[in-house]
Design a binder for this molecule. Structure first.
Ligand code: NI
Ligand code: MN
Length: 249
């Protein structure tokens, strides 16, 4: 599936107990998810993200939760600023939550890999990712815990955001444990999976209904081509999103 096919074709596998969720990709790994009545920002790299849709923040009235996969600044991004502005709960590794709290964020939900928590009717499961998670500070490296992926579950829907990661066969466990229907997978290569690895993740391990490639095209360094990814995926549909375009699934 290519961008522009329209929202209607993205409605799939709906059962009565399921409700639509609204998805907006904001460029890079930033996703705005509206699920189970909650407004959820994942990896909110909004300021300084060259693909962030201009004027989008002005249209966001509420953010209830901010999910941070790891501590690199292209993911941690505007976490502290947005959490304070909207009174949102920060969900992430213990180290990320402590940093947010030290910076004045009032609501945090620290967790670690393998854990699953429920916050205001939405469940958040932290799953592994193979990557790193430190940031530069005062001329040295400052840890922000381990990298992770998340599965977000509510109202019969299950959404996997892989964070930054290589391909790993325990993605089969993510499928077995949480049955995600929709996935956001990095395809940009160099720092994460490239198109071929991400396609293997879909074809052999995750069994998603719909997958949105992320972490591509933001910077010249990310050379992985989402169209190559789409060509290689044989299981599930690929939607190459445009930043700021909202669609339901
Ligand atoms: Ni990273
Ligand atoms: Mn990254």
């Amino acid at each position: 599936m290519r961008a522009g096919d329209g929202a209607a074709t993205l409605r799939m596998h709906q059962q009565e107990e399921e409700t639509d969720m609204r998805i907006t990709w904001l460029g890079h790994s930033a996703v705005h998810l509206e699920l189970a009545g909650k407004s959820i920002a994942i990896d909110p790299f909004w300021t300084g993200n060259p693909k962030f849709p201009q004027g989008y923040e002005e249209r966001v009235q509420r953010i209830d939760a901010i999910v941070v996969t790891h501590g690199h600044d292209d993911h941690f991004g505007d976490t502290v600023r947005l959490a304070k502005k909207y009174g949102a709960t920060v969900i992430g590794q213990w180290e990320i939550c402590m940093e947010a709290a030290n910076a004045g964020v009032e609501k945090i939900q620290p967790m670690n890999t393998g854990g699953c928590i429920e916050v205001e009717g939405v469940r958040y499961a932290m799953v592994p990712a193979f990557h790193s998670s430190a940031t530069l500070r005062d001329g040295g490296l400052f840890t922000r815990g381990d990298p992770a992926g998340f599965v977000i579950l509510g109202e019969g829907r299950s959404v996997y955001h892989a964070g930054d990661t290589c391909l790993f066969s325990d993605m089969a466990l993510v499928h077995r444990l949480y049955r995600p229907q929709i996935g956001f997978l990095p395809v940009g290569d160099r720092f994460t999976m490239g198109p071929e690895q991400a396609a293997i993740a879909c074809n052999e391990f995750l069994h998603l209904d719909l997958v949105v490639p992320i972490h591509w095209g933001t910077f010249d360094l990310l050379h992985g081509d989402p169209h190559e990814f789409a060509r290689q995926v044989t299981r599930g549909r690929v939607h190459i999103a445009t930043p700021g375009e909202s669609f339901t699934a």
